[in-house]
Ligand binder design. Sequence first.
Ligand SMILES: Cc1cc2nc3c(=O)[nH]c(=O)nc-3n(C[C@H](O)[C@H](O)[C@H](O)COP(=O)(O)OP(=O)(O)OC[C@H]3O[C@@H](n4cnc5c(N)ncnc54)[C@H](O)[C@@H]3O)c2cc1C
Length: 337
Amino acid sequence: MKNFDIVIVGAGPVGLFTVFEAGLVNLKCALVDSLSQPGGQCIELYPEKPIYDIPGVPYQTARQHVNALMDQIKPFEPEFFLNTDVKFVERHELGNYTLQLSNGETLMTRNIFMASGPGKFIPRRPDVHGLAEAEADNMVEYAVKNVEEIIGDDVIIFGGGDSAIDWALELQHKCRLTLIHRSEKFKAVPANIEAVKNSNLIRTFFGYKPEKIDGNNVTIKSKVERMVLKADKVFMFFGLLTDVNLVQGLPEDIYDSNKRIPVDTEYFQSSTPGIFAIGDCNDYPGKLKLILSGFHETTLAVQEAYKRIHKSDPEFMYTTTSTVLREKLSRKHDNNN
Ligand SMILES: Cc1cc2nc3c(=O)[nH]c(=O)nc-3n(C[C@H](O)[C@H](O)[C@H](O)COP(=O)(O)OP(=O)(O)OC[C@H]3O[C@@H](n4cnc5c(N)ncnc54)[C@H](O)[C@@H]3O)c2cc1C
């Protein structure tokens, strides 16, 4: 069992920034996310779109924003549990919690930060004959979880968005790769589309959909014809849906009828002490689903999380003037007093 001061459920922008605020007061965080990469909505829904309302940052794409957050939290060495669901939460005497994860790990903490946005993102499954069996055999997957396992294999990627294109480029030197898109045009970062077009390692088919999977035979069809291709592994990137199912074991009364978590606006704590809700998953009068609102919420929530552990307030310090904080942030060399 691993112990953390805060376990954050959801590695979107607000979950990520929590690590920074917690790190400033010496609290150690774990982040659990059902997806294979951090970034939440920013990465899954609009990675290349610009964000203009991050204070002090006139322009950043959503992907750049997440990269910057990842960079900012690096000094605090959070532990990530990706591709992982929280299976069950148990509350213990004295206000501690254990979280059982789908990867078999158990985490112990005094503070759970729900940063779960609109809910778990789940992959969109196409209507394909034999899909359930192929999923059960791990022949079809919706995320690349282990590159080592597929080195040298015949791999088919379905999709034409950022995930499909990114992975095609990433895997082209490691597998025999086929990229199949149902329309004639990719919808991804232009430079990456160009790179796919210029690659002689990626075989591409446009205007084809998957129809049937039987063992290693994958039947694809267009408006005019059918083809059977051989594959050891198929990845499908057809977008994501949200699943707002509640985390099992959390008290049901922390959720409202819209499956959001009402919180106070002093510490953004739910009706159950030690369970906080920050970012898009919470609700309170005047709530705005904006990244900067989530940053404010978690900054205050961390103060209460600290008190639940140390029974006293954390010392208030500016990152600008505190040598202690600057040491933590490895910026001792910035000598602009
Ligand atoms: C098209 C678009 C444009 C936007 N533009 C802006 C903008 O310009 N400015 C702005 O401020 N905001 C914008 N937003 C809103 C902004 O993206 C959200 O406010 C922000 O992403 C919320 O962050 P979060 O960390 O609370 O949640 P999310 O980003 O939603 O992340 C939640 C994470 O939790 C994970 N998760 C959920 N449940 C579980 C579970 N049970 N177990 C494990 N993991 C779980 C999910 O997989 C996800 O990764 C935009 C949103 C969209 C869709």
